[in-house]
Design a protein around this ligand. Structure first.
Ligand code: ADP
Length: 421
């Protein structure tokens, strides 16, 4: 022990104290021992640096842990207070976790539902569809939705929408499925009421357009008979008036006929099948040969058209409306030129009917499909304003879409998109 140094417990010293003591010790040692001590001192300094680094790492780790705890708290708070129900189920459908909104919908507490199969809370009628839905989620790996009735502990089930997806596998935890459950009972009630109102409206339209046609036919027939058999007994003014009565009755009868077609489309059952578009087009051109010749029109139909999924009578009706419009809305004194064809894009067939007529301004591209929406006077372009509304309803009944591209003064191209046949 060196003079002036007290005996001390090395274990209780800090690295700084140890270094100071070593420096003191070095002063009292022979040269070669002092060199050894020097090395030892360097090692102590290195240790000191490591300790500081370790302390910094430790602090950073503590901060990360705190941040993690905060975000876990934030997310679990969000999860607990979400208005949508969230469930985690095993691949077989057993409940692993549920938030309070999901428990509220199921009508049971967390400990009651954990480990139970979710399908036991689904209305018996929908249980099979739910199992198939889980299997589809598993097989496709995609987020899928399903509307079912959830019974839980209620006597009357409620309508819910499930949105389920396979959760990414985490280490140490098997794969499972996340299900978001949204209460759509209010939406369903409104939808049901709307359907009822629509149904009543359609029935009303149908009977009005059906029942009013007969008296109108009588009016136009009698006006014609009076004109041809008793016309001489009237002066020019009288004959003119009677002629206008006949014209108005014919026009109204035409409108009612279209309205009836429009209503019938909403009511009738639509059966979709694979259609040979080449045949449909051939028959269409034959049926409208008279008006095509009368208008001195050039109508060309593309060859080798793809098969399409639709109803033959309904598709013919749509194409007839588009063709007759293309023949009608022409520039003054110009013979119509119409091109009809179809192509396949993104798994759908897109049929087009293109004319080089008067065209439609962009702001009316949607409006022309609304019922009774007409852009022109009856005297220049006669019509009822129902043809395109019929076309849209008809295409929608075949699960398709219809739209128009058009430039005023250059022409219009109507597109009908349907599934491939
Ligand atoms: P309408 O019996 O009046 O022809 P539609 O419902 O078939 O009724 O068409 C609605 C309106 O859209 C027409 O009045 C016309 O103004 C416009 N329209 C329809 N097709 C064409 C077309 N090919 N070119 C220009 N305008 C068109």
């Amino acid at each position: 022990m060196c003079e002036g140094m007290e005996r001390m417990d090395l274990k209780t010293l800090t690295t700084e104290q140890l270094a100071a003591n070593l420096r003191e010790l070095q002063r009292h040692l022979p040269e070669e021992r002092a060199a050894e001590l020097n090395q030892f001192q360097e090692a102590v300094q290195e240790l000191q640096v490591h300790r500081v680094e370790l302390e910094m790492q430790n602090r950073a780790l503590r901060e990360t842990q705190q941040e993690l705890e905060h975000s876990v708290r934030r997310y679990s708070d969000l999860f607990d207070h979400l208005p949508t129900g969230y469930l985690t189920v095993s691949l077989q459908g057993q409940i692993i976790g549920a938030n309070p909104a999901a428990l509220e919908l199921v009508g049971h507490s967390l400990h009651e539902v954990i480990g139970k199969f979710f399908r036991r809370y689904v209305d018996a009628y929908d249980a099979g569809r739910f199992v198939a839905h889980l299997e589809a989620c598993l097989q496709t790996g995609r987020q899928l939705t399903l509307e079912i009735k959830l019974r839980g502990n209620r006597s009357d089930p409620i309508d819910v929408q499930l949105s389920s997806r396979l959760a990414p596998a985490t280490p140490g935890d098997g794969q499972h499925i996340h299900i978001a459950v949204t209460d759509i009972s209010e939406l369903k009630r409104t939808q049901h009421t709307l359907e009822e109102i629509n149904g009543e409206q359609e029935a009303f339209n149908y009977s009005i357009s059906h029942d009013l046609r007969a008296p109108l036919v009588t009016i136009s027939n009698y006006a014609r008979i009076v004109l041809s058999e008793h016309g001489e007994a009237l002066d020019d003014e009288g004959r003119g008036m009677l002629q206008r009565v006949e014209n108005a009755a014919i026009r109204m009868e035409e409108t009612l006929k279209h309205l009836l077609e429009y209503s019938t489309l909403a009511r009738e059952e639509v059966v979709l099948q694979t259609l040979n578009l080449n045949e449909v087009m051939r028959e269409l051109v034959i049926e409208y040969r008279g008006i095509i010749q009368q208008r001195n029109a050039d109508v060309s139909v593309a060859q080798d058209l793809p098969p399409v999924r639709g109803s033959r009578t309904i598709l013919t009706q749509v194409l007839a409306n588009l063709l007759t419009n293309a023949l009608k809305y022409t520039k003054h004194g110009v013979s119509p030129t119409v091109e009809i064809g179809a192509g396949v894009a993104d798994g759908h067939v897109i049929i087009y009917v293109r004319d080089h007529g008067i065209g439609i301004e962009a702001k009316y591209h949607e409006r022309v499909f609304q019922i009774f929406e007409r852009l022109h006077g009856y005297s220049r372009y006669p019509g009822s304003g129902v043809g395109l509304a019929i076309a849209r309803r008809a295409v929608e009944r075949m699960n398709g879409r219809i739209w128009v591209d058009s430039v005023p003064g250059e022409g219009s191209c109507f597109h009908v998109e349907l599934a491939c046949g």
